[in-house]
Design a binder for this molecule. Structure first.
Ligand code: SF4
Ligand code: SF4
Length: 299
């Protein structure tokens, strides 16, 4: 079998997505719709064209190349009809203003493997490959096939998951995965639904089940003001984690709003309320609070 996946991008020399230096494959498609999502281009499982209107220099190069006439000019001003776009990506190549960007392309296991092997020499003893997203386990077959090949090359394999998938998806990658980076956003189901659009029941159940298998897990908590940065929420998360085995480390990731322009470019509403970015002393406070529950919190 040679599965394909809808790839968002590949990041080389990553140092935040697992141990050591890593090549990170970001796949498209996510079952959650977190209000604060920093990568809105990863939510849809389809390829999408982003249009950064403020960068458009009105050169008109995109108009003749589009096969479905999604670009045009009215009163000397460029317009883009998103509904017509079939995401072929041709206009991105000719855009002189760099205002068009296609997110998403198909990649085969074979192609991904070639890419990974190019970086093998940089990984040293603890680096390797991480598949992130979006939610990579929505394309579990691709992940399993790629990891199986990487295992043969003795390359470290990590999955960065939101956990909101069927257990069978975990089962398919389990034999080949060295580390799970597991997002835990809230243990309160009502708040979780309000801010992510989905229940957390499957996420918590999968995490409990995974931890029982003693698979290495790093928990990642996005610290989102007004959602989970209060003491009650942090205590509830700490309490939940203290009952699990197999949790190696916990990392707290601070909310930021740098992704706003991507929402506009993709015509996706930004529904996160206006909040302040967590200060470093808030991060330290949460770190200490979580550590009280016996978990090892890393920065
Ligand atoms: S991506 Fe293709 S279909 Fe969409 S606007 Fe560009 S050229 Fe047209
Ligand atoms: S090619 Fe790019 S810069 Fe030129 S009109 Fe089209 S969108 Fe604007």
């Amino acid at each position: 079998m040679n599965s394909t996946a809808m790839l968002l991008e590949v990041k080389r020399f990553g140092v935040h997505d697992g141990p050591g230096v890593r090549t990170v494959f970001f796949l498209k498609g996510c079952p959650l719709k977190c209000r604060w999502c920093h990568n809105p281009e990863s939510i849809s499982s389809q390829a999408q064209l982003a249009y950064y209107e403020h960068k458009c220099i009105q050169c008109g190069e995109c108009i003749p190349v589009c096969p479905v006439k999604a670009h045009g000019v009215i009163n000397g001003k460029h317009f883009f009809e998103r509904d017509k776009c079939i995401s072929c990506g041709v206009c991105e190549d000719v855009c002189l203003g760099s205002s068009l960007k296609l997110f998403g392309q198909k990649v085969s296991v074979e192609e991904a493997m070639e890419f990974a092997l190019e970086d093998k020499d940089f990984f040293e003893t603890n680096g390797g490959i991480t598949i992130s997203g979006g939610e990579p386990l929505l394309q579990a077959e691709f992940c399993a096939e790629l990891f199986k090949l990487l295992n043969k090359e003795s390359m470290h394999c990590a999955i960065d998951t939101c956990g909101a998938v069927n257990w069978s998806s975990f089962e398919s990658v389990l034999p080949y995965t060295d580390l799970f980076l597991y997002d835990l956003k809230h243990v309160d189901d009502k708040l979780h639904q309000e801010y992510t659009g989905s229940s957390n029941r499957k996420i918590l159940a999968n995490l409990s089940r995974l931890s029982e298998l003693q698979v290495p897990i790093e928990i990642r908590i996005p610290l989102v003001p007004g959602f989970n940065d209060d003491n009650v929420s942090i205590d509830a998360i700490g309490e939940f984690l203290s009952k699990l085995s197999g949790i190696r480390t916990v990392k707290v990731l601070a909310y930021h709003d740098l992704a706003r322009s991507k929402y506009t470019a993709l015509n996706i509403p930004y529904t996160m309320p206006q909040v302040s970015i967590p200060a470093s002393d808030k991060l330290s406070e949460v770190t200490v609070r979580l550590a009280n529950y016996g978990v090892k919190v890393i920065n």
